[in-house]
Design a protein around this ligand. Sequence first.
Ligand SMILES: NC(=O)c1ccc[n+]([C@@H]2O[C@H](COP(=O)([O-])OP(=O)(O)OC[C@H]3O[C@@H](n4cnc5c(N)ncnc54)[C@H](OP(=O)(O)O)[C@@H]3O)[C@@H](O)[C@H]2O)c1
Length: 248
Amino acid sequence: MKRPYVILGVSASIDGRISLGPNRTIMDMDERDSVLGTKEEWKTFTNSLEDIHNPDVWMEGSNMLVNDRHELKDLEPYQGDEDTLYDDFLPEEVVSKNELKGWLAVVDGKGRLRSGFKGEEDKPIIHLVSHNVKPEYLAFLRDNKIPYFIAGDDRVDLKKVLEKMADKLNVEKILTSSGGKLSGALLKDGLLDEINIRFNPVVIGGFETPSLFTSPDLEEDEWPTKLKHVMTKIEPNGKFLVRYKVQY
Ligand SMILES: NC(=O)c1ccc[n+]([C@@H]2O[C@H](COP(=O)([O-])OP(=O)(O)OC[C@H]3O[C@@H](n4cnc5c(N)ncnc54)[C@H](OP(=O)(O)O)[C@@H]3O)[C@@H](O)[C@H]2O)c1
């Protein structure tokens, strides 16, 4: 089945770290300003990728928005028929908005993102969840008219949700600034098509610090994923941008 073309755009240290430590998120702008590029640099970087690809979806992993330091908001227990909740939810008033220009998609396999954030007027949020989430979480999304696709038992079945996005929302291109676990999973599943990394002249180190691609170690009969170089842009401040296509 058809799936969208997926483009990764991230900033990293020279040692491939994408954050300052476990449970420290680059959403804290002080951190991004100091080591992984300023807000302005990030904007220029993502704008350049948007100009090249014109994506329909901007996708994140849930760890970008919530981490283990955040307390999970309690939700009202759900009293109705649970089965009806475990189907995709695409409320008509969101899907058929005139101003719709695309979607913000968040992979949230465990249903941790409970802020009720609806995205932007022209780019509503859609949650990508697994069957592992609690019914009260799905009921909460439905009550708030927040769309979701559901696929996978314990974790989100990434291939299936991407196919659903192509099939049900006509999505052709996804730009993702996924963290290392999601990028690693996309790559391992053969779902990542292009890698763009903006390297910064710092070394962060750390045994647990999130890095560009995190996935199970290669088996004896597995080999690295090969990349085809597209371009390198060197900047005067010791930063450089590399662009590769993934060759499966
Ligand atoms: N420098 C940058 O450009 C940049 C960009 C993005 C993020 N970051 C930083 O990176 C950190 C987050 O990275 P991270 O590696 O911890 O998390 P992450 O990449 O955000 O991954 C977490 C999400 O991916 C899902 N996931 C992971 N493996 C999966 C698999 N095999 N199948 C399906 N879904 C899977 C998780 O699902 P479950 O909920 O089911 O576990 C979770 O929703 C944060 O500190 C963030 O600030 C930096």
